[in-house]
Structures are given as structure tokens and as C-alpha cells.
Design a protein around this ligand. Structure first.
Ligand SMILES: *Cc1c(COP(=O)(O)O)cnc(C)c1O
Length: 433
């Protein structure tokens, strides 16, 4: 039996496997909470994009904020992938994992001068500039060190990606990108500024988008702009359509990356822009379904009998050792993520809320789930490969989880579990009298 999202996650008999490794064995060997990823699943997701782009000048830049473990970046870099970064820290990580700076694009609304300088020194491919003010600062930083910054303007095409407000980024009134109406004027300005070279245009309209419609709308808006900008004698070499393709958490049915890219290329060709370099910045769709968060059931806490009080009636809690600090998506976006037992029991399931040990009522991983588990069993939260570990915090002085990469029937520890003393090793007591 396979599970939603990835053929790399399946039951063999009663045991959940990630490729050739049993989830419960990984939990016993490495401890819990534990993030486990399938390398093959990640590379297949990348190949899905690449297949549609064969024979064209193109670059896939993995949006590494989705999962920035060095081993994940290394796998993608070796497969020819570039990276979309949003901070100086991500730049250092990408370099440490062996990324080619000439395949790095630098996005984000709040780049600091120090970040810009470092990115220019190592020679990133391009800055995705998000405001007029940023153009001015980038021009100053580049001229001060005698460099030239390649720039693409991130345009806000004002299309509704039909996704959660927190992860929708392409609508007016959003902090991201340069308004569509202001784009041409900004290109004209950028073309005249010292230290800058206009090379491209980009957009990123949101995340967990499950339909190609918003992409086609955004594409049309960008192609209109390219025509207007080039009519003013400013050539645009590349067209970067951002990331945002959704994955299957429950019953979503997003287009495959290959189908999405093919429909976009068809429109690009039909409008006579087929010669341009085409770029994408996928994050979630490369890694989301490739990972699970494995956790041990600590306690089963049965609900009290109704006792005349409907509010407190009979809610069962399954208390696990993973919490909102390990996986923020349910608490932050009310996201639904699948939760399954790592070993199926031949007994009736009970309806329960799966919650963590953190002292917040918002600390839940799943509500009203049917599970047949006992204390000591392991459960897996599915589709946890994206925006899982990268959003983890140390709230409640909880060390962050360990991470393993499954390669066939081998598993490699790719991040140590954080230990308590490491959590406060950078803190200082005040001098005593
Ligand atoms: C987050 C982000 C992405 C990736 O988004 P996904 O939904 O994970 O594909 C791409 N580009 C930019 C600029 C981003 O901020």
C-alpha cells in the first residue's frame, strides 16, 4: 500500500518503509523526533521538472528555505540544480554544500548591504530585486567594490494564487515584489544605474498552488512586461516563473511539474518568447513529499466521559514527542498533514488529537485522527520534507530533531540531534557581586 504523495513511502506488510528502510527501525536507531527523507524521491521530483525542459536553455533553482540541510543541497547540486536563496546564511549553506555560485539567485525583500557584498564577491548569478529602494542600494554596493550586479526585477503580477493568505505572495497589497504598473519605470531606472546589469524578470505568486491557471495568468502578465521593456531597448534574457507548485497532503491533485512546465512552455512559444532562458524556483514540490517526521507516542490520554458537560466531552489525546517547535505547519497555517502508525496494529482505531509536549494549546500536529496506537509506538507525520525542519525552533528549550537521508536500504545521519547544553552555550550569566 502506498501513501499519498510519494511512491517512496509505503507499507510492506504492517510496517511503514521509506524506500528500503523501516521507519520504526530508523526511530530506534537514531531516536525521535526524527526527520527522514528519501533521496530518490527528491531527485525524481527534480527530474520531473527537468524532463519538460530538455533541449532548452533553462535553470532550476531549488528554493532552499524549504529544506536546507547540507546533504539535501548536495544531492541537488550534484544533479545540476541551482539555488534560490533568501539570506546571507542560505548563501553560506549553499556554498558549503558545493553549490555553483553562478547558479544562485538571491531573492528576498530585505537584503542587507553585507549580504549583497558577499553575494557579489562570490559571483551569484542574479539578484531578484524587490523594490526601487533596493535597486539604489545594490547599485551603491556594487559600484563601491567595482562589481556589476546582474538584476532581475521581481514583479508582482497581481494574480490570485488561490492559496492560504500567509503563503500567497502575488496579490496587490502584499509586501513582495514590484507592482506591475511600476515595473517598466523601474527597468528604465535600473538600466541607467551604475553597477547594475538588467538580465531578467521574475515572479513568485505563492505556495501550495494546485492549479496551473494562476501560473498562466502570471506568465501572460510577465510576457506583456517583457515586450514593453524590450521596446525601450532593454533586453531581458531570462524569464523566472518562481516556485509554488503544490503537493498532495491529503486529496489535493496538483498538476505534475512536467505537465505544468509543458503548459507554460506552450504559451511561451505561442507568444514568440521560446528563445529565452526559462527558470523555476521550486521548493515544496521538490522535497515536501520526500520526507516524514517520525515520533514516539508518549502517552494516550483518553477523554473523560461526557458527564453532562458537552465542552469537555470525551476528547482523546495522543501525546507524542514531536511538537510545534519541530513542525510548525499545523499550528501556524492550520495545515492538515497525514499521520500514520509506523507499525499497523490489528485492532480498532480510536479518534484522537495528536499533540506535542509544548505548553501551548496550539501545539497540535493533527486533529481528530483515526489511529490504533499505544504508548511506545511510532507514528509518522507525512509530507514533512518541506517547511518542517527549516522552520523548527527551540521553544521550550527543546533541541531540534535529528535528520536522516535514506538512500535505498541505507540511512545516513545528516544532522545530529541538538543537545540541551548546546541550546544555551552562547548565553551568558551576569557577573555576580
Ligand atoms: C519560498 C519561495 C519559493 C519556493 O516556494 P515553494 O512554494 O516552496 O515552491 C520560490 N521563490 C521565492 C522567491 C520564494 O520566496
Amino acid at each position: 500500500m502506498t501513501l499519498p504523495g510519494s511512491p517512496h513511502l509505503a507499507y510492506r506488510g504492517a510496517s511503514l518503509f521509506i524506500d528500503g528502510c523501516a521507519a520504526a527501525s530508523l526511530a530506534q536507531r537514531f531516536g525521535t523526533p526524527l526527520y527522514a527523507y528519501s533521496r530518490a524521491s527528491m531527485l525524481e521530483s527534480l527530474a520531473d521538472y527537468q524532463r519538460a525542459l530538455v533541449g532548452r536553455d533553462h535553470l532550476i533553482c531549488y528554493a532552499m528555505k524549504a529544506n536546507s540541510n547540507l546533504a539535501v543541497l548536495q544531492a541537488f547540486a550534484q544533479a545540476g540544480c541551482g539555488f534560490d536563496i533568501v539570506s546571507g546564511g542560505e548563501l553560506e549553506r549553499a556554498l558549503a554544500a558545493g553549490a555553483d555560485p553562478a547558479k544562485i539567485v538571491f531573492s528576498g525583500v530585505g537584503k542587507t548591504r553585507a549580504d549583497m557584498r558577499r553575494a557579489l564577491e562570490v559571483g551569484v548569478m542574479c539578484f531578484n530585486v524587490e523594490s526601487e529602494a533596493e535597486l539604489g542600494v545594490l547599485s551603491q554596493v556594487a559600484t563601491a567594490i567595482g562589481a556589476t550586479a546582474n538584476v532581475s526585477l521581481r514583479v508582482n503580477p497581481d494574480v490570485d494564487a488561490g492559496t492560504h493568505p500567509y503563503i500567497s505572495t502575488g496579490l496587490k497589497g502584499n509586501k513582495f515584489g514590484i507592482a506591475h504598473e511600476d515595473a517598466v519605470a523601474n527597468y528604465v531606472r535600473a538600466a541607467d544605474m551604475p553597477g547594475l546589469r538588467v538580465v531578467g524578470i521574475d515572479c513568485h505568486i505563492g505556495s501550495q498552488i494546485t492549479d496551473s491557471g494562476p501560473y498562466l495568468d502570471a506568465l501572460d502578465r510577465l510576457l506583456d512586461l517583457i515586450e514593453q521593456v524590450e521596446a525601450r531597448g532593454i533586453p531581458i534574457r531570462h524569464l523566472d516563473l518562481g516556485g509554488g507548485l503544490g503537493i498532495t497532503y491529503t486529496d489535493e491533485a496538483p498538476p505534475s511539474a512536467e505537465a505544468l512546465v509543458r503548459s507554460l512552455l506552450e504559451r511561451i512559444d505561442a507568444r514568440g518568447h521560446g528563445h529565452r532562458k526559462i527558470m523555476f524556483e521550486p521548493g515544496r514540490s521538490l522535497v515536501g513529499n520526500a520526507g516524514v517526521l517520525v515520533s514516539e507516542v508518549l502517552y494516550m490520554k483518553p477523554g473523560r466521559e461526557p458527564n453532562g458537560d458537552p465542552a469537555g466531552a470525551g476528547k482523546n489525546f495522543c501525546i507524542v514527542d514531536a511538537a510545534m517547535n519541530d513542525l510548525m505547519r499545523p499550528a501556524m497555517y492550520q495545515a492538515w498533514m497525514g499521520i500514520v502508525a509506523c507499525n499497523l496494529r490489528d485492532e480498532p482505531a480510536t479518534l484522537c488529537d495528536v499533540v506535542g509536549p509544548v505548553c501551548e494549546s496550539g501545539d497540535w500536529l493533527g486533529r481528530e485522527r483515526e489511529l490504533a496506537v499505544h504508548a511506545g509506538d511510532f507514528v509518522a507525520v507525512l509530507s514533512a520534507g518541506a517547511y518542517g525542519m527549516t522552520m523548527a525552533s527551540n521553544y521550550n528549550t527543546r533541541g531540534r530533531a535529528a535528520e536522516v537521508m535514506v538512500c535505498g536500504d541505507q540511512a545516513f545521519l545528516i544532522r545530529d540531534r541538538e543537545l540541551p547544553h548546546e541550546l544555551f552555550s552562547g548565553e551568558h550569566l551576569l557577573p555576580t557581586a
